[in-house]
Write a protein that binds this ligand. Structure first.
Ligand code: PLP
Length: 359
């Protein structure tokens, strides 16, 4: 079987994890601090706060910028549902916005008409390494005094002309779950260049206290969103692999683009030349379910796109129209991807699709 996602962990990760356990570095401690330092160096950002997942990084970020029950948070209709759940579970109202016509990322032009006096924050999601128009969003947020929290869960290492995605707002949030360019099993982190926000993120990660063994006083209602040194040990080694992995992801993407040009599959492109990194290989086709089944019979696993978020009734967006999102939710497919996917397997997938869906 060729799996839809393939990543790997080497002897270096194993050795560092074993050492961490031997040294009793089990929970969040000095290895986590070291991992945070490595990430802040790589991303050229002042503060990194490791968390138990990308989802909890988003929740922390929303708490840190002061989102409260009844506030409204702008979220694109195309993202993993974690983005919306982070706001929803804090008691905020999620207000969904359609995506751009030709890219499945927040259409900044559609945001202003949805703002109310309750709007507190906007979460641009850099889906599959694609940069949301951050310049326009920053101007808009400044004019309306709104916080921006970037969801860069799928965008580690991706850049636009201003630098790394995830570092161009109040707080950027990243995921280290398995189907990401670097992984620690579960895990994530929040980044910021704002010292006060960094202090808040750190405190909120541990029940609002600076020092868990000697809290002194109760300051903020936080929670346990902590990382562990065992995960950090994996993360330090995974981060060393990131530059090579980015090269592999880019070349797999180019192989698909070249190889599937004469099939009925249409690529959802990323801007490689501009510094965007395609973590996943995303295509549109009309008969998605049929192709998924035919490929499965041939030993090739693929994934349909997640449904649009307005399909979640509890988010209360019924009756609103999201014309650009629809084609992605209905026709989008992920072809086998991942930083340690076999090149020979990618060739097999391309050959098979060329045979099944020629133009
Ligand atoms: C766009 C997006 N946001 C948030 C998350 C949540 O990250 P995690 O799975 O680490 O909680 C993911 C993870 O898949 C994601 O893809």
């Amino acid at each position: 079987m060729i799996n839809w996602w393939r990543t790997s962990f080497g002897e270096e990760e194993i050795e560092r994890v074993v050492n961490s356990i031997r040294n009793q570095n089990i929970s969040q401690g000095k290895v986590t601090v070291e991992f945070e330092r490595c990430l802040s160096e790589y991303l050229e950002v002042d503060h990194v706060v490791a968390t138990s997942s990308g989802s909890t990084a988003l929740a922390l970020a929303l708490m840190a910028v002061g989102v409260r029950p009844g506030d409204e948070v702008i979220v694109p209709n195309r993202t993993w549902i974690a983005t919306a759940h982070a706001a929803h579970l804090l008691g905020a109202k999620v207000v969904l916005v359609d995506v751009e016509a030709s890219r499945p990322i927040l259409d900044v032009k559609k945001v202003e008409s949805l703002l109310t006096e309750r709007t507190r924050a906007i979460i641009p999601v850099h889906m599959n390494g694609r940069s949301v128009d951050m310049n326009s969003l920053q101007i808009l947020a400044k004019r309306h005094n709104l916080a921006i929290i970037e969801d860069a869960a799928q965008a580690i290492g991706s850049k636009n002309s201003s630098g790394f995605l995830g570092t161009q707002s109040d707080v950027g949030c990243f995921s280290l779950s398995v189907a990401k360019t670097i992984a620690t099993g579960q895990g994530g982190f929040a980044v910021t260049n704002n010292k006060d926000l960094a202090l808040k993120l750190r405190a909120l990660r541990t029940h609002g206290v600076e020092n868990v063994t000697d809290p002194g006083k109760w300051g903020l209602p936080g929670f346990n969103f902590r990382f562990t040194d065992i995960q950090a040990s994996m993360g330090i080694e995974q981060l060393k692999r990131l530059p090579k992995r980015i090269q592999v992801l880019n070349s797999i993407y180019e192989m698909y683009l070249d190889g599937l040009g004469r099939t009925t599959l249409r690529p959802i492109e990323v801007n490689l030349a501009g510094g965007e990194i395609p973590v996943y290989n995303e295509f549109l086709l009309n008969d998605r379910e049929e192709l998924i089944n035919e490929l499965r019979s041939a030993g090739i696993e693929t994934r349909p796109f997640y449904p649009d978020l307005d399909k979640a009734d509890y988010l209360g967006q019924n009756g609103r129209d999201f014309p650009n999102s629809r084609k992605y939710g209905v026709n989008g497919i992920y072809l086998p991807s991942g930083p340690t996917q076999n090149i020979a397997d990618i060739k097999t997938v391309i050959q098979k699709i060329c045979a099944l869906r020629p133009i």
